[in-house]
Design a protein. Structure first.
Length: 345
């Protein structure tokens, strides 16, 4: 793999390949090489890779990929990512070049059928943390979006390149709270309420980002939000013999409206939001399930495979020149590097 002038012991950088590839494809103009082959996504990904190595100085490095077949989320919810246009042929044709670059660098590529790259990353982290001799491992996830913020904890950070290589942001627990007012573990429930248009995760329609944050801040989790409003709802039903055995939705409009008003006063949630939450409970918990990253992908991963070792710099340089990436040659890391305990971030 790579040898730079220094590295941080036990630092493991995990790259969400497709997130970076898609970001590069849409952010850069359609660059072509001398043969007219479009390589803008390859160039952008490679630039992000080199930047990550230079700035993060990992001892371990691996790259997670999505596979073209439907994921478990598609089977759970047929509309998952349904609003996205089909992946352009101009992008699909670039993926083999990305993999060729990674193989030339000796960077392991990890994927699992039915699972997305972020699931693979979460699984690698879990498997690595389970190794008793590596309890002090530090993980940094390099990605082009913020879905992985839910994985942030005292040993895992997210290095987001959503705004480009030069405006990358390192998210630790404090940075997540600073941006959203939530802990990383609450990020899934936040998305369960707010939804995610890019992935076509429905959320609770009518509940926006601000309201979703306020609800999770106030009650702590999606389950506790529903425990609060349903607990008050059940108590109010029991108070009225005429309503015994019924629910708010089953009773007359006038009675339901009155009960909703009382519930709003007790739970300190607007009547409108209570109605939305009750009507879309099933959708909220489906969205929670779709949003949660799965750390049980069936992968065969060995930490030693990701440990950085020598790479053939001349071979990589030749490949770069063939692709027309002359400007990236000067950014190639050296073939030797020293262990460094100095934290660079």
């Amino acid at each position: 793999m790579l040898k730079n002038d220094a590295f941080i012991s036990n630092r493991f950088v995990l790259i969400d390949a497709f997130a970076l590839i898609h970001r590069a494809f849409h952010a850069l103009p359609p660059l072509t090489n001398k043969d007219g082959v479009q390589l803008n996504a390859v160039y952008g990904f490679t630039s992000a890779l080199l930047s990550s190595i230079d700035k993060l100085q990992p001892e371990y490095l691996a790259c997670a990929f999505d596979l073209p077949k439907p994921t478990k989320r598609h089977l759970e919810y047929i509309e998952y990512k349904a609003h996205r246009a089909p992946t352009p042929d101009e992008l699909v044709s670039q993926i083999p070049y990305v993999k060729e670059i990674l193989k030339t660098f000796n960077i392991p590529i990890v994927a699992a059928e039915g699972y997305e790259g972020e699931d693979v990353i979460a699984t690698i982290i879990r498997k690595t943390e389970n190794r008793k001799q590596k309890t002090d491992m530090e993980f940094i996830i390099v990605t082009g979006d913020l879905d992985c913020l839910q994985l942030v904890d005292d040993s895992t950070n997210v290095y987001s390149m959503a705004r480009g290589v030069n405006q990358a942001v390192l998210y630790d627990e404090e940075k997540v709270r600073e941006r959203y007012g939530l802990t990383p573990s609450q990020f899934v429930d936040f998305k369960a309420l707010k939804g995610d248009a890019s992935d076509n995760i429905p959320g609770v329609k009518g509940i926006g980002e601000k309201t979703a944050i306020n609800l999770i801040q106030k009650f702590g989790s999606l389950e506790k939000v529903y425990r609060e409003i349903e607990g008050h709802s059940e108590a109010q039903v029991e108070e009225s013999p005429a309503n015994a055995g019924s629910s708010i939705r089953e009773r007359s409009f006038a009675t339901a409206r009155d009960d909703t008003k009382k519930l709003s006063e007790n739970a300190k949630i607007s009547e409108k939001n209570i109605r939305l939450l009750l009507e879309q409970k099933e959708q909220a918990f489906l969205s929670q399930k779709l949003s949660k990253i799965d750390n049980s992908a069936p992968i065969d991963f060995r930490l030693n495979d990701a440990k950085i070792h020598d790479y053939d710099k001349e071979k990589v340089k030749k490949l770069f020149l063939e692709l027309g990436f002359k400007s990236l040659v000067s950014r190639l890391p050296e073939e030797k590097r020293e262990d460094s305990q100095q934290k660079l971030l």
